[in-house]
Design a protein around this ligand. Sequence first.
Ligand code: ZN
Length: 287
Amino acid sequence: MQIVSMKNMLHAAKKRQYAVGQFNVNSLEFAQAFLLAAKEESSPVILGITEAAVRHIGSFALVASIVRELIKAYEVTVPVALHLDHSSSFEACVKAIQAGFSSVMIDGSDLPLEKNIVLTQKVAAVAHALGVSVEAELGRITGEEDGIVVDESLGTFAAAKDCERFVLETQIDCLAPAIGSVHGLYKGEPRLQFDLLADIVRFTQAPCALHGGTGIPTHDIQKAIGLGITKINVNTENQMVYTAALRCALVGAANAHEVQKYTRQAVDAVRASVKQKMREFGSSQQA
Ligand SMILES: [Zn+2]
């Protein structure tokens, strides 16, 4: 299976009422965990990578070739999308597309609506000409992820009518509307705006993404999927599972220098956790 665009994946999910997980590649080991989980669950999967993670690993081309080679080595046959997460610029999206990414998110959510539309249209024109899918954000999702911080005071919900215009004028394949979810950890209970989500889905008819999936209770996840969420991003939780497993493995370890042994345990923990998410999102056995 080649790396595929997110578009068909999300349309199939919308039709059959499940969501595809976007799991973020923070290092090589995360890509291993996600691809193995997807293979074992027969689930489509979206590998998300922020620009900060690309810098950490090395380059767009290196990330794309690692994912391509892992797909081959593990004999993965389920659909895999390689997706640039929260890109800040047209230039970064083009670099990702040139390297072989099959999907990009252009995040112009800090811009006024008109400017967000213009920037997103520019990315969509290039991406769509090359069969690459595009996600964009409206309203501002707060919290912190990979060094991008949006303070609570700057958070705004997406307005349903603006979403309708945004999707119509940009022709994006996936809309990430701010409906109350948060990047990172929640302070107290998450409070998703389900009525707003229902209006947005009704007005746009577009596949919608829920960012900040860590810490959202299963009943809220399922309610969101029922209302039209077809993509759910989970990153913080996987990082917590990874570091907790490493810490646990190293307690009292006689040979703490055995890096492969301990990272393997962390990969296995993330792999198990992601498999559970795929079942929760309903994407298991859907590939
Ligand atoms: Zn996000």
